[in-house]
Write a protein that binds this ligand. Structure first.
Ligand code: ADP
Ligand code: MG
Length: 231
């Protein structure tokens, strides 16, 4: 009885999300289609043409991200558990986001402990930090400092993502992870943090947030560490 109820609730949540997702995807696709239309114009200057192509690319990437987030959330069971090195995985995420950071004049500093293995689904771990780090970059529209570090102890791995961005009020912090909660208008989906919380929970992690308006935010994650020499 209990179980059935949970499944029904889950299905309902997934259905609701499906409706929201199609809405979220329509915006970037409509924008992309609009610029493709403009690109058909024969008299466009090469620089305008490039500008429009970049917008199309950007909008398609944002549609892709919505789908990616949705998949992560709707298939929590399809984990492929492996042992991964935190430094390596975060390094990969940072390389994906570096162009956006550069565009926003955000300087990235990292300080990773060399040892530090963690168990989980690689793709989801990357997705989790992609969402967190992207939020950090987006919180610094006029540039700033992004500091990402990891620390290893025999029991835990601690990962910090710190920005010098807009910061959040207590109420904003409380609402983090609430589906569709976003302060970014049409640019946001409000799904990123929900996915972050769901992945961290699945990996037995904890999340702490400290933030101050106009000063910045730090997200502190801890995950159980895997001992390099034990089974
Ligand atoms: P989205 O990024 O699409 O708005 P998220 O779920 O990723 O959705 O984030 C929800 C909200 O949390 C953001 O709109 C923003 O208000 C707030 N937020 C998350 N990370 C930060 C951060 N590093 N600094 C300031 N605000 C943040
Ligand atoms: Mg986000």
């Amino acid at each position: 009885m209990q179980k059935k109820l949970i499944i029904a609730e889950k299905l309902e949540a997934v259905e609701q999300m499906g409706a929201a997702i199609s809405h979220e995807i329509r915006n970037p696709l409509t924008a992309a289609a609009g610029f493709v239309q403009l690109l058909k114009e024969q008299t466009l200057s090469p620089s305008k043409r490039n500008e429009y192509l970049e917008i199309v690319q950007h909008e398609l990437a944002s549609a892709e991200r919505v789908i990616q987030n949705y998949l992560t959330f709707s298939k929590p069971g399809l984990d492929k558990i492996e042992t991964m090195n935190v430094k390596k995985e975060l390094g990969h995420v940072i390389s994906i986001l570096r162009p956006i950071a550069n565009q926003n004049s955000v300087e990235i500093t990292t300080n990773f402990s060399i040892i530090g293995d963690i168990e989980g689904d690689r793709q989801k771990f990357q997705q989790c930090f992609l969402n967190v780090i992207k939020n950090a970059i987006e919180s610094m529209p006029r540039g700033g400092q992004l500091y990402i570090s990891s620390n290893y102890s025999s029991t835990h791995i601690r990962i910090e993502v710190q920005d010098t961005g807009l910061g959040m009020t207590e109420d904003q912090i409380r609402r983090l992870g609430e589906p569709y909660y976003s302060t970014k208008g049409a640019k946001g989906t409000g799904l990123g943090m929900m996915v972050v919380f769901s992945i961290a929970r699945a990996m037995k992690g904890t999340i702490k947030v400290q933030s101050k308006i106009n000063e910045g935010t730090v997200f502190i994650f801890t995950f159980p560490s895997v001992h390099p020499h034990s089974s």
